[in-house]
Design a protein. Sequence first.
Length: 148
Amino acid sequence: MLPFTLKVAGDSQYKTRDVREIRYQVHGVARLDGGALVLQWSGERYITEIKGPEVSERVEALPVTTLRIPGAGLGLIERRGRWRPRVEVVVTDLALLEGVPGAARGRLALVIARRDTALADEFISNVRVVMADAAIAAAEAPPPLPPP
């Protein structure tokens, strides 16, 4: 299991005398389950509103979300960054990352703590084994029969 955070862009809206700012803090865990990479995350949404002289702040909990990516759907996984390490996941089908905060163009960066880099390297090795197993299974599968 590998703990991570997701970088999610916030939103700021400005009107004449009103300001609304939204920030996100999303954290989760990555694990292997059978032949799939499972990502599970949750977090908080911080909302600050300024209306004239009044300032209000509130925190909303984000629901726990689980995503399962089959080994065959993984195109690449590697660790990048030395000072701000992250595990970059690239998928073969854009639909696999649909709805994941911070995902763009089939890529997702799982930001990890520096103290977890050795754990991340071991996790990446295990994911690559799952990817290789999926590739072997696909190569050994009999070809589809032609239509009658």
